[in-house]
Design a binder for this molecule. Structure first.
Ligand code: ZN
Length: 65
C-alpha cells in the first residue's frame, strides 16, 4: 500500500483523508485537511505543475489558525 502525500503541506494522507478531493484538469488531488484543499483551490496551477505558490500569497488568504 502506498501512502500518498498532501501536495500542499507534504503530510501523509491517512486512510480517512479521501474526503478532501479536488479534480483539476482531469487529475484528482487528495488533501489532508480542508485548509490544504482551500489553498490548492486558490493556486491549482502551481500545484499541478509541482510547484508551490508564494508563501506570502498563502498567508494573504488568512487560513492560518
Ligand atoms: Zn495538507
Amino acid at each position: 500500500m502506498t501512502l500518498e502525500r498532501c501536495p500542499v503541506c507534504g503530510g501523509f494522507l491517512s486512510s480517512e483523508a479521501g474526503t478532501f478531493e479536488v479534480t483539476y484538469e482531469g487529475k484528482s488531488f487528495s488533501f489532508c485537511s480542508l485548509d490544504c484543499m482551500h489553498i490548492f483551490q486558490h493556486f491549482p496551477q502551481a500545484y499541478a505543475e509541482g510547484q508551490e505558490p508564494d508563501l506570502q500569497a498563502i498567508e494573504d488568504l488568512g487560513l492560518q489558525d
